[in-house]
Design a binder for this molecule. Structure first.
Ligand code: AHR
Length: 328
């Protein structure tokens, strides 16, 4: 009988220890509950295969977020603004910790931004500034596209080309990148008496569309001596069309070529004298957004409107060392 009572007491003691987690288990248990939860970042990206710039941009987010230990939920609008809006709404419903938006269109984001902020989810703009009042977003890390365009305009003015006849190959209509760069060249042409002989936006920043547009323009007999392409891929498309028509371009050619983005392969073309100028638009936003989120997580005050520092590269001054040092 005594044995039975003692074994029941031992069993009760063991059950009691298991219930409160015991010393090591309990401390492990309490340590387990102390594990910080994983930060989930929703990213509303534009198009997966939009341009070499976009590829570098998406890679930058994925690499930086993985290294930071974030869970990334990235979605792609694929040319459809309404789809981006619904994707953002879905990520809010999934209660991501942060919402990072790269808008196909700069307008139409008020309701989503308001919903995000009201849900306690910081709304962050990357790459392209959206048309939002400051109370509807937490912070932005973007390029100043009009400033990029103005750099190109000032450079073109310095070239003192007689009778400038400019072909403008614009990016996605309504994106802040297209709006800013197009405004710069349109204002610059007006101020300097330049003639814009062609001005069309290529859906999706498409290289093939740009090549075809320039080929058609050449076939029509329209004369031009400057190509202002709002990204590297479209500039390459224009050059392919000029090659096919036997039109010279670049440093010693008949047509001056201006491009934007400064992908490494494009800077090789600047070095070779095929592109006259390439204005940088830096895609490496991943580390910038990680720094921003870490500051917010630490309760620090962050810069509301951060514009990325960007350079420009001229065929007369670029060097192989500069090209070799480029990271995208
Ligand atoms: O928003 C940046 C622009 O989008 C880049 O200039 C272009 O290449 C990209 O697709």
């Amino acid at each position: 009988m005594k044995k039975l009572i003692s074994s029941i007491l031992v069993l009760m003691l063991m059950l009691a220890l298991v219930a409160c987690g015991g010393n090591s288990a309990g401390s492990e248990g309490s340590e387990a509950s102390a594990e910080p939860s994983v930060i989930t970042v929703g990213v509303v990206q534009t198009n997966a295969n939009e341009s070499d710039w976009r590829t570098a941009n998406t890679k930058s987010f994925n690499e930086a977020f993985t290294e930071a230990g974030y869970e990334t939920k990235m979605v792609f609008g694929e040319g459809d603004h309404a789809k981006q809006i619904s994707q953002a709404q879905q990520l809010i419903q999934e209660e991501v910790d942060y919402l990072v938006v790269l808008g196909l269109q700069s307008a139409g984001w008020e309701d989503v931004a308001k919903a995000s902020m009201e849900a306690g989810i910081p709304f962050i703009m990357a790459d392209r500034k959206l048309e939002l009042p400051e109370d509807l977003y937490t912070a932005m890390v973007c390029s100043d596209f009009e400033a990029e365009g103005n750099k190109a305009v000032d450079w073109l003015k310095s070239q003192a080309i007689d009778d400038c006849k400019i072909v403008v190959l614009g990016g996605d209509t309504g994106s802040s990148a297209q709006l800013g760069r197009s405004k710069a060249i349109e204002d610059g042409a007006g101020a300097n008496g330049w003639d814009i002989v062609f001005n069309q936006n290529m859906k999706g920043w498409d290289e093939t569309l740009a090549k075809q547009a320039v080929a058609d323009l050449i076939a029509s007999g329209k004369e031009f001596n400057v190509v202002y392409a709002e990204n590297d891929n479209m500039a390459r498309g224009a050059c392919d069309a000029m090659d096919a028509a036997g039109i010279t371009y670049g440093k010693d050619g008949a047509v001056t070529v201006i491009a934007f983005d400064a992908n490494k392969w494009a800077l090789e073309k600047v070095l070779a004298g095929e592109f006259n100028l390439d204005v940088e638009c830096n895609p490496l936003h991943g580390p910038r957004i990680v720094k921003l989120i870490n500051s917010l997580e630490a309760g620090e005050t962050v810069e509301k409107n951060a514009y990325v520092d960007e350079e420009m590269f001229d065929c007369d001054t670029i060097t192989q060392e500069i090209v070799d040092a480029r990271t995208y």
